[in-house]
Design a protein around this ligand. Structure first.
Ligand code: GCO
Ligand code: MG
Length: 443
């Protein structure tokens, strides 16, 4: 019997009122229809010569789509079929608003998981779904995560060079722009150090390729820190990236030797294969340790965080599978007193940088953000990049990530070419670096 019949019968007004109330509740709780995933595409672009695969998820609702960062620059072409051949057919027709559910199903759909290609592909989809949800809600993503805990993300810039005076000069330039944190890297003459030039010197070696000797590098780096403290004082926060270039015992010794210079953090002293050594390093000194840009798997970050063996977790957000798992990493860190320092070099796309900033703003345990400037070409392709002011990075306040991708401009900068349009060897993948005797090293 419906409402009209009840009234017609003049039946008890109580029953009639109850029916009306039930209808109201049903109307209020009836969910708006979920947007369904209609298409999943990859935009391949390298505006700064670094290959950035971007995933675009398009829904069946007019004009509702989103972008996600899937940047695994060294093997960027492989991310494309991982998205288009496997995730796309798996996702078509699925509700775009069930983000974690989609993340879990993509993650499990390959059975073998936690590899960089597949994780980056999932990240592209995951971040695009967050963008879509933000656009639907008419809010920036950081609002969906609970809102700001701070106004902007304090950042560090990169100062590097072949000789000490050059680097000190570069730090001063950052300080003049308002930065309070700067990473310092120095080259070794004739050697292929990380993040610094090598000048024209030739070093003796048993092969013709780039050379790197860990002990030469460590001696130079210690001289650099000493000079920085002498010339720049104690207030500027100095950071350094070892880039897993030394052996485990050298790393422990190096961490002890730099303790006196009070670095803000000492990054990647060990490779992911050697993470068991962090316990020893911890027992030997109080140098703050940052680690994790190479991590793919919870088996890597979980023990280091829960056993409080590092100070900063430095995951490359797309490498871990996107915003959804990285938010969980941040929360795990908060519980264990480990701070965040998301990887933010030039080979993270502006969408990825926007995801970093969203996490920076909402995480209590934010530590520092790595910053790489967005050049003109990058901004030609990506409008609405996070903004830098006085060493702080600000989120775009528009819905979602607030970034639009100009797909026509993106096509002007295909994979495999450098910043000046020159063809890149190995399609931009990395070659090898060897010690004097020819032993290949991690780089
Ligand atoms: C850092 C880095 C990077 C990586 C690069 C690899 O910024 O801390 O170690 O520069 O080397 O992202 O592609
Ligand atoms: Mg690094």
């Amino acid at each position: 019997m419906n409402r009209r019949d009840l009234f017609a019968l003049g039946a008890g007004t109580l029953a009639a009122r109850e029916l009306v109330a039930q209808e109201q509740v049903a109307r209020a709780t009836r969910a708006t229809p979920s947007p369904k995933i209609k298409d999943v595409q990859v935009i391949s672009t390298a505006p700064a010569g670094l290959r950035l695969p971007i995933v675009k998820v398009i829904t069946d609702q007019d004009g509702l789509y989103g972008y996600g960062c899937a940047t695994f620059t060294q093997r960027a072409d492989l991310v494309v079929p991982a998205v288009e051949k496997y995730l796309k057919p798996f996702l078509i027709g699925k509700p775009a608003d069930r983000i974690d559910d989609i993340w879990q199903s993509c993650y499990n759909s390959s059975y073998w998981r936690n590899g960089p290609v597949l994780n980056n592909a999932i990240s592209g989809v995951d971040q695009a779904l967050w963008d879509i949800k933000g656009r639907q809600a008419n809010m920036p993503v950081y609002q969906l995560l609970g809102g700001k805990m701070r106004e902007a993300a304090d950042c560090y810039g990169h100062a590097s060079g072949e000789e000490i005076p050059q680097i000190i000069d570069s730090v001063r330039k950052y300080m003049a722009q308002g930065f309070r944190h700067v990473r310092v890297q120095i080259g070794v003459p004739g050697q292929a150090g990380y993040g610094a030039g090598r000048n024209d010197v030739k070093v003796m070696s048993l092969h013709n390729g780039p050379v790197f000797e860990p002990r030469d590098y460590m001696r130079r780096a210690l001289k650099l820190f000493e000079a920085c403290r002498k010339e720049l004082g104690d207030e500027i926060e100095l950071l350094h990236d070892v880039h897993e270039r030394v052996s485990p015992t050298q790393a422990v010794q190096f961490a002890k030797d730099v303790e006196q210079f009070k670095l803000f953090f000492f990054e990647d002293p060990l490779s992911p294969e050697d993470i068991q050594w962090f316990r020893l390093m911890r027992n030997q000194c109080t140098t703050p340790i940052a680690m994790g840009e190479l991590f793919n798997s919870p088996h890597e970050w979980s023990p280091l965080i829960t056993e409080r063996l590092i100070d900063y977790i430095r995951v490359h957000v797309s490498q871990a599978g996107g915003l959804t798992p990285s938010r969980k990493i941040a929360i795990l860190g908060e519980i264990h007193g480990v701070k965040t320092a998301w990887h933010g070099p030039g080979d993270v796309s502006p969408i990825g940088h926007a995801a970093n900033v969203a996490l920076d703003l909402v995480s209590y345990n934010f530590g520092i953000q790595e910053y790489s400037p967005f050049n003109e070409r990058v901004q030609e392709v990506f409008s609405g990049c996070p903004e830098m002011k006085n060493g702080f990075l600000y989120a775009n306040e528009k819905p979602g990530w607030g970034i639009e991708v100009d797909e026509k401009a993106a096509k002007k900068y295909p994979f495999g070419y450098g910043e000046r349009g020159e063809r890149k060897d190995l399609n931009g993948g990395w070659g090898e670096i060897r010690r004097r005797d020819g032993t290949v090293i991690k780089q």
